[in-house]
Design a protein around this ligand. Structure first.
Ligand code: PEP
Ligand code: MG
Length: 823
């Protein structure tokens, strides 16, 4: 039987995950070894410990290694280098999610599957959850599995040898344990068993695959159709039907998840990472009280309201500027939306109507805004539902001015509140507030986004009991794990102190990895730059030791604005970015918006398919003044800093020639052409990749936008969950486009700035194809630099050549995972 190794930063986590997985195969667990934590209490991973664990569970059937995150994967890869050649060939590192993957790996290994199948089954372990939550579903059939038959009958395979329909009677449906039991039974027979849910009517799945069975989403009362082929088909059918009648042998009670009594509040969720210990400061988060009587005639009421709205507008503007300066423009944009709400004519008309009917200003305003928030809160889309909080935030701000009760959030220590509006969160002082604990709230709220931007740990959903803690009570907060310890004992305190120290060590280790150039083993220097969307991102990129910026998405300066930013505004921002990263090169991309992200100040017809419409360079060429302003700003900054100008969504040479004419006009306004100025294009349109040679005379560089290139190459819309699985940049079709580009680029350098550049499995493939510069989000710089340093280009070329011949992205991923020569 295949042995399993668990590599995790946390020993506790690894043991708990193994215990959970072992429940699925009672009496027949595979050999398992744990290499987790540096000791019982210290987070970390150690390649030597992983090597020893592999040796401990090795068998002729091989070993599958499952890891949690980041350096766990690196340690596992490094451990392979320490093994003898023969043993190394038997080991597969699976990219599976740790907990779900381990459960599937246990069941699959216990069924006698080979290491490659155990690893690939585990890698598909999220399919059930994704399917249940409405995302794309991996059917997870092994590579050599037969095509799904019609469960009742098939022309290809002939009628099944045995078939049946059975009912799922378990209260929670075919959840993990019963599904695991079903798969174990099926795997015991020499038969191909397919299952299909009559209720959902989706395609049949292989009964021997736990990840596939999970996608059935079978609930109590569901009828499942079974069809079986092969020598043991009838026996397999009878065994499954008998198992279903026994309730899938699921007699075990699930132990209630418990937390140490008196130590934590109920149901908390980590919303912003970090660990802190400090005194509680309970904020009065209550809503302003509306007075029973508001004296004054309707006109006077209206004037009162207008004054309050103006004061709220001033507050909002001030908050916007403060947040832009501290957290960056992206996070500040929410306050533009608040300003628009304060001017919303429909809302104000409704308020006026109520005031004219005799209600007071506060009562009228509150009623209209409460109703608007209520309508948003009912919407199906969670993002739109979240906007209800923005309406409430604006409503409260005006109310406080109306009734003379300005909110005060100036606080220190651990702030405890029911919830925080974005404005209150923006007011948090990162020097004095150690953490935030919210009785309610949500990790996707703007308050949480701002807490993350400020680096303040936050826990949401802590429950109302937390609001009754006395002022100054010591609180220990873990925003990673979602834990709050009230008045902790000395033991608990020292545990939290250890977590703080471990976090500081991890941050220091990550920072160390990012210093210096990324040089491959054979001595080739690879640029690892950062993708930016604000001045603040530029600072984060500099702190992460990025080699400049490979993509500045300048859209952040334009979206949410009612007029285009001026040349001066743009110069200020581009200069601030370039200064933050000086002397690194900064690649400024010209405006890349379109019908999917319309700008109020650009006229655009409604398009049926905005992604295929007037976006990127197509749009800016239609608006020469806007384009010229942006290029003048970019060329101005290029006089003092190494700047590249990059055009998005290029499909034809004619577009580049037209765009270069505007650059020439901009240079004429700025003066002489700065020596360091470079002009390049993004390769996002498949046709452009295949025509690379024709662009060569007109460009200084190519940068592959794999996000769009992938969506266009695979006809799989970005952000559409139901086709998310298709849209994998490691699909050999996408790789062939990049290979064609690299082959035809001649002397023009090729970089990659799409998300694929940050995928550790993609890095060797891209370098092997000829890419010499990668641009990734700032937090990924360290990891990608580290990955580059592990690669020898000779090996990378071999792997990338093999990748081009693969049939699927999954195969490419397995290929790179197994390419131990790279490590
Ligand atoms: C891309 O398409 O890969 C890219 C980097 O551009 P964006 O994600 O901004 O469209
Ligand atoms: Mg793009």
């Amino acid at each position: 039987m295949v042995g399993i190794v668990v590599v995790s930063h946390s020993r506790t986590l690894a043991h708990a995950a193994v215990e959970l997985a072992a429940q699925m195969v009672p009496g027949n667990p595979p050999a398992v070894a744990i290499a987790a934590g540096l000791d019982d209490g210290t987070f970390g991973t150690d390649a030597v410990a992983v090597q020893q664990a592999i040796e401990q569970v090795d068998s002729p059937d091989g070993v599958v290694v499952l890891c949690d995150l980041g350096s766990a994967v690196l340690s596992a890869e490094m451990a392979l280098e320490f093994l003898g050649v023969e043993l190394r060939a038997r080991v597969v590192i699976s990219p599976a999610p740790l907990v779900e993957g381990l459960v599937v790996a246990f069941v699959t290994a216990a069924g006698g599957a080979p290491a490659s199948e155990v690893a690939s089954e585990a890698a598909n372990a999220l399919a059930g959850k994704i399917g249940q939550l409405g995302g794309a579903v991996a059917t997870a059939a092994p590579a050599d599995a037969p095509a799904p038959p019609d469960v009742a009958n098939t022309v290809d395979q002939g009628p099944p040898t045995a078939s049946a329909t059975f009912v799922v009677t378990n209260a929670h449906g075919l959840h993990a344990r019963p599904a695991a039991r079903l798969v174990s039974i099926v795997r015991g027979f020499d038969a191909r068993v397919w299952l299909r849910s009559v209720r959902t009517g989706t395609a049949p799945v292989l009964g021997s695959s736990l990840s596939a069975v999970a996608t059935l989403g079978a609930r109590q009362g569901d009828h499942l159709e079974l069809a079986a082929w092969g020598p043991d088909a009838s026996r397999a059918r009878d065994a499954v039907v008998a198992l279903a009648e026994r309730g899938f042998d699921d007699v075990a009670e699930v132990a209630a998840a418990t937390r140490p009594a008196g130590r934590t509040t109920g149901g908390p969720v980590g919303a912003a990472p970090g660990v802190a210990i400090g005194p509680a400061h309970v904020m009065d988060g209550g809503r302003p009280v509306i007075p029973d009587h508001e004296p004054g005639l309707p006109d006077a009421q209206w004037t009162r309201l207008m004054k309050a709205v103006q004061l709220a507008r001033d507050d909002t503007d001030a908050t916007r500027h403060r947040v832009a300066a501290t957290a960056g423009d992206t996070d500040a944009a929410i306050f533009d939306a608040h300003a628009l709400l304060l001017d919303d004519p429909a809302l104000l008309d409704d308020v006026r109507e109520r005031i004219d009917a005799g209600d007071g200003a506060a009562l009228s305003w509150d009623a209209v805004m409460t109703s608007a928030a209520g309508n948003l809160a009912k919407l199906a889309d969670s993002y739109q539902r979240g906007r209800a909080a923005d309406v409430r935030s604006v409503a409260d701000l005006v109310l406080r001015h109306l009734i003379g009760a300005p909110a005060s959030t100036k606080a220190a220590g651990v702030v405890v509140a029911t919830d925080l509006t974005p404005a209150q969160a923006a007011d948090l002082d990162r020097d004095t507030v150690q953490a935030v604990v919210l009785a309610g709230g949500s990790p996707t709220s703007h308050a949480a986004i701002l807490a993350r931007a400020y680096g303040i740990p936050m826990v949401t959903g802590a429950g109302t009991a937390i609001l009754s803690v006395a002022e100054g009570t010591p609180l220990a907060v873990d925003g990673d794990r979602g834990e709050v310890a009230v008045d902790p004992s000395e033991d608990v305190l020292s545990e939290f102190r250890e977590r703080i120290a471990a976090r500081q060590d991890a941050l220091a280790a990550a920072a160390k990895m990012s210093v210096g150039a990324a040089v491959t083993r054979d001595g080739t220097v690879i640029t690892v730059a950062a993708n930016l969307g604000s001045v603040d991102d530029a600072r984060a990129a500099a702190a992460a030791h990025a080699d400049g910026a490979g993509l500045v998405r300048t859209e952040f300066l334009f979206v949410g604005k009612t007029v285009a930013p001026t040349r001066d505004e743009q110069v200020r921002v581009y200069r601030a970015i370039a200064e933050s990263l000086h002397p690194g090169r900064v690649v400024l991309r010209t405006l890349d918006v379109g019908g999917d992200k319309p700008l109020p100040f650009l006229r655009q017809a409604t398009e049926a398919n905005p992604f295929l419409g007037e976006r990127g360079i197509r749009l800016t060429l239609q608006h020469p003044d806007l384009f010229l302003d942006q290029l003048v700003a970019m060329c101005t900054v290029a006089r003092d800093h190494p700047v590249s100008v990059m055009f998005p969504m290029v499909a034809t040479v004619a577009e580049v020639i037209a765009a270069r004419r505007v650059v020439d006009a901009a240079l004429a306004e700025v003066g002489a052409k700065p020596d360091s100025l470079r002009i390049g294009i993004m390769i996002e349109v498949p046709a452009a990749a295949l025509k690379a040679a024709t662009f060569v005379p007109y460009v200084d560089f190519f940068s592959v936008g794999t996000n769009d290139l992938t969506q266009y190459a695979l006809a799989a819309e970005r952000g559409n969950q139901s086709v998310a699985e298709l849209a994998d940049g490691l699909d050999p079709g996408v790789l062939r486009l990049i290979a064609a580009l690299c082959n035809d680029a001649g002397p023009v350098p090729v970089s990659v700035c799409g998300e694929l550049a940050a995928d550790p499995l993609a890095v060797p493939v891209l370098l092997g194809l000829g890419v010499r510069s990668l641009s990734v989000v700032p937090p990924a710089v360290a990891l990608v630099k580290q990955r580059v340093r592990e690669i020898d280009l000779v090996d990378a070329r071999r792997v990338s050549a093999e990748a081009l011949a693969c049939e699927s992205a999954a195969q490419v991923r397995a290929l790179v995972t197994n390419a131990v020569e790279l490590n």
